[in-house]
Design a protein around this ligand. Sequence first.
Ligand code: IPD
Ligand code: CA
Ligand code: CA
Length: 263
Amino acid sequence: MNLEAINRYAKSLIKEAGHHIRASFSGRIDIDTKSGANDLVTNIDREVEQFFISRIKQDFPNHRVLGEEGFGDTIQSLDGVVWIVDPIDGTMNFIHQKRNFAISLGIFVEGVGMLGYIYDVMRDDLYAATKGEGAYCNDERLPQLGAIPIRDAVVGINACWVAPNRYIHHEPIIELVHQCRGTRSYGSAAIELAYVSSGRIDAYMSTRLSPWDIAGGIIIAQEVGAIATNMKGEKPNLLEQDTFMVARPGLHADLLAHHVRLK
Ligand code: IPD
Ligand code: CA
Ligand code: CA
């Protein structure tokens, strides 16, 4: 398999999809809800996913595609070549802010993440990694991440976790908020993974993410030495929704040991 050809192809597909999303702001955007009132989807999410799937199926008929909006294959294993795509990660931001959303794509070969992409559509920043060859933001190589203590860390968390909730004990999260340098919440798991990978924040965690939220990002994160697991410290789940955390080495172990207590 010519991975470099697939890499070039995937990048140009992502750029074309990004162009379509930017152009969509001058047209009509229809908003629907999915599992609940705050789980949003638009005609653009659907169109972009269909664009990816039709192109991939046309040019790589043996590859399978898992997409958030359900136009792709039903995936029960990562056998063969599997593309995992989130056409717009951060749909609420897409609708409300018209920025801070991304296209996320990960390409797995026999279960191994080989190519990862996060495209910050409005900034035109493409984060990309090939397994074993490092990670880039556009043409700039991202440096390896070193360890830092919690007191120097900027941590990506959702404000929901400092209030009583059904997923995670909030008291150790309150301690974390007091101990760390600062917190941020961008509303797009893919952008938060890109920011951990590029050192803009030092950790990110979420109690419920799906494979398409993390597939591109974990390949990029691993290339710069970040540690990505679920909140039990196990390998990220690429077939089902699960908890998720990613952080600089050392910091990840501290967060897991002292601040993450699942219910
Ligand atoms: C969502 C975003 C958000 C995360 C949610 C995801 P979507 O993805 O990544 O930051 O907190 O859990 O579902 O629905 O905008 O693609
Ligand atoms: Ca998503
Ligand atoms: Ca999405």
